[in-house]
Each structure stands twice: as C-alpha cells, then as structure tokens.
Design a protein around this ligand. Sequence first.
Ligand SMILES: CC(C)(COP(=O)(O)OP(=O)(O)OC[C@H]1O[C@@H](n2cnc3c(N)ncnc32)[C@H](O)[C@@H]1OP(=O)(O)O)[C@@H](O)C(=O)NCCC(=O)NCCS
Length: 152
Amino acid sequence: MPNLRFISPQDDATLADWQHVHNTIIPTDPLSLDVLRERRRRYRLEVAYVDDVAVGCSTVRPPDDETPNVTVIARILPPHRRQGLGRLLYARCLDVAATLGGAGIETVVLASNTEGLAFARALGFEEVETYLLDGATIPYVALALPGRGCAA
Ligand SMILES: CC(C)(COP(=O)(O)OP(=O)(O)OC[C@H]1O[C@@H](n2cnc3c(N)ncnc32)[C@H](O)[C@@H]1OP(=O)(O)O)[C@@H](O)C(=O)NCCC(=O)NCCS
C-alpha cells in the first residue's frame, strides 16, 4: 500500500498542489490561486499525496440556494488512476458531505470524460441532468446518488 496522505490546503503551497491537479485535469477551466483562496473559505478542498507527490484533489460544495444537494468531485491524475485512489478520495468526500446536511449528494462530470462517468456510475450515481454552459460546446452531466432524497 502506498504512503497515502490527505491534506486540507491551509497554506499556499498545498493550495498550489490542489491547483496543479485541478488545472492538469481540467485545462479548459484553469483556476487561479486568488480564486482558490476564496473557494477554500466556502468549499471543503483536499489534496491526496502519495509520499510527497500530489496525485489527486477533491471538492465538496455545501448546499446553497441554487443546489440543494451537496456536490462532491474527486480527481486523480492519469498516471495514478485505476489503483483505488479515486474511491478512497471519494469516500472521504462522502464523510464530509454527511456533516453538511443538504437534500442529497450529487456530482458533475464533463460529458466527454468517459472515465469520470464510469467512475461515478460504478459508485452508484445515476444521471439526472445534462446541461450546456453559456459558450460551451461540451455539456456537463449531473449525477446523483439515489435513495438519499436527492433533489435533481
Ligand atoms: C474519476 C477518477 C477520480 C477515478 O479515479 P481512479 O483512481 O482511477 O478510480 P478508482 O481506481 O478508485 O476506480 C474505482 C472504480 O471506478 C470505475 N472506473 C474508474 N475508472 C474507470 C474507467 N476508466 N473505465 C471503467 N471504469 C472505471 C471502476 O469500477 C473502478 O473500480 P475497479 O478498478 O475495481 O474496476 C479519475 O478518472 C478522474 O480524476 N477523472 C477526472 C475527474 C472526474 O471526472 N471526476 C469524477 C467526478 S466524481
């Protein structure tokens, strides 16, 4: 078993590791450190390390007026996939989500991201909505965990 650690980014160095993983996986929507400093206050962010190497990151968004569900997103860099790390990171997101209330649990995956969709379905999520953001060409798929009073 690798030496796996999870850290909530309280300092800029850890936040930069979170940013690196996010922006590598989602180059179409790169996030600046300034944006992340602000998101860190509203969302629960975490970085997954194998030894001292950042291999993944996660976001847990509390429910708000627009989205009554807690939103969880796990990301693992391609060289580290299919070793169970995504499942471990996601389980930690669920533990946090359980403390945040909300109508249910949902996740969002870019429709072209077949690995993300396969992962979400393997973990029991079911598709509830496909939507296109203004100016975008690839839709997002919203998926929710059934049986948790999920609001689509
Ligand atoms: C989704 C993601 C986090 C999966 O990370 P991972 O470390 O490879 O996931 P795991 O190894 O824990 O896989 C768990 C299960 O998901 C399914 N799965 C994951 N990737 C898959 C793929 N490419 N094809 C088919 N099934 C897949 C399998 O059932 C797998 O279990 P198994 O390996 O025992 O068969 C990673 O692919 C990623 O970061 N994708 C981009 C971000 C994203 O779309 N996140 C999804 C929102 S939660």
